[in-house]
Design a protein. Sequence first.
Length: 172
Amino acid sequence: MTSPPSSQPAVCPVRPLLNVYALLAPWALLLARLWLGATFVVSGVSKFQYFNAFQRAVYDYGLVPVPVATFISHCLPGLEVLLGVYVIIGLFLRPAALGLGLMLAGFIGILSYALVTGMDIDCGCYVGGKSEPVTWKKVADDVGLFLLALWVWRSQANRWLLDSLVFPARNV
């Protein structure tokens, strides 16, 4: 003999996990923004401090003519700092994260090219006054940062953003 059907609704075993995700996702995204932005602010400031070493690293790749390399070495540190600050404070978050992601895609390609062709040059990543060789670990680091930038860019979060104060009518 079977028991009568229960009047209790079936409990979904996934629902508690979704609640945990909904609770932790904004915090994880905030940490991702802070890590990504701080990485680029520190990198850009370091390139300003040790500009000659950074400029030499850009020239050593030999991928573009000297005037273009000079332009890149003058613009890149400021762009890194600006976009890093934007990601940290959440102003123009999606365009800033997209910009960092595009930069990272370029860095990944350039570092990979240098490794495949056997170049023995300074990375130019975090100048910091010391020479750092191009390694696959640097490529892996940039891939991780690229994934963070992609996640920040794709997110629809609107918590802890300066965008939501400056542009309240805009859906960020």
